[in-house]
Ligand binder design. Structure first.
Ligand code: ARG
Length: 293
């Protein structure tokens, strides 16, 4: 198992926006200048890599595959904890083709000793990886989104597989189609989240576990900037170019922000967190220091 913060990204060689499976995706905007868009995407990706590296991650770059543009979002490929990977099952046919190449990528990580086991979910349920199953290191449990993409039952399968609590949160809107679009636990125990993305029951779950002083409420503007979709390591945070509101909020709480222009990927409904997957998450490192509300 890995013993340093290691993060997987996928090279955007085959990236484009050619279909629409979430309300942010804009194939027409891409089609106006595909070459320029692709060039910008390559540059954005390099900038993201640099920001991750500067934040303290070892960055592992996997290849994409032709005809599978959304492979650049490996957060959806698997859930990884304690050296165990559970491969995703995608809801939409446009992304189901990613399951085979991602299985090969994880098999090679296993062969290198970075991952101990690679498994699949039972048939008949959808689960779109760490985008819908987010490890909360300060509380020692997962938060799982369900509704638009992942199935409710997937949360129970994850809990059984990893032997960890999974708190399931129903996503109430198509704009927040993955949990990582509207929910981000941080190292200090704070949770950055967009309340209107959740129904009453999910909000009760969040409020029961996260005291008010640790809740950072994102605005609609923050959501549109894909800023809730952030990558955090200790006090380091990598995200898309953000809003004055979040800049101030993060500075006040002692985080150092690295902002990257990820607009070519926002055109597909993604930000920094979706473009990465942590491979070294370790449940025993949970700093059970955050008291419940
Ligand atoms: N176009 C991709 C999709 O709709 C974007 C995925 C972004 N990933 C995420 N974890 N939010 O599936």
């Amino acid at each position: 198992m890995l013993d340093r913060p290691t993060i997987l990204v996928v090279a955007p060689t085959h990236y484009d926006v050619s279909y629409s499976i979430n309300p942010w995706m804009d194939p027409q905007a891409w089609a106006r200048d595909p070459r320029g868009m692709h060039r910008n995407a390559m540059q954005s990706f390099d900038a993201l890599r640099e920001a991750l590296d500067a934040s303290g991650f070892a960055v592992e770059v996997a290849p994409g595959a032709e005809g599978l543009p959304d492979m650049v979002f490996p957060a959806n490929a698997a859930v990884v904890l304690d050296g165990k990977a559970v491969l995703a099952r995608f809801r939409y046919p446009q992304r189901q083709g990613e399951e085979v190449p991602f299985a090969a990528i994880f098999e090679s990580l296993r062969a290198r000793g970075w991952i101990d086991s690679v498994t699949t979910l039972p048939d008949g349920c959808y689960q779109e990886g760490a985008g819908d199953c987010i490890w909360d290191a300060s509380r020692g449990h997962f938060w799982a989104g369900f509704g638009p993409r992942s199935s409710r039952e997937a949360a129970d399968a994850m809990s059984a597989h990893f032997d960890r609590e999974v708190v399931a949160l129903e996503l109430a809107t198509e704009h927040s189609y993955h949990l990582d679009v509207c929910f981000c636990p941080l190292a200090g125990g704070e949770v950055l989240y967009y309340p209107p993305a959740f129904g009453a029951q999910a909000l009760r779950e969040i409020h029961a576990r996260v005291p008010a002083s640790l809740r950072i409420e994102a605005t609609e503007d923050d959501l549109r900037h894909f800023s809730v979709n952030a990558v955090n390591l200790d006090d380091q945070v990598v995200m898309t170019r953000t809003t004055p509101h979040l800049r101030a909020e993060f500075a006040r709480r002692g985080y150092r922000l690295r902002e990257v222009d990820l607009s070519p990927f926002m055109l597909s409904g993604g930000g920094a967190y979706c473009m990465t997957l942590r491979l070294d998450r370790d449940s025993t490192a949970a700093r059970a220091s955050v008291a419940a509300a």
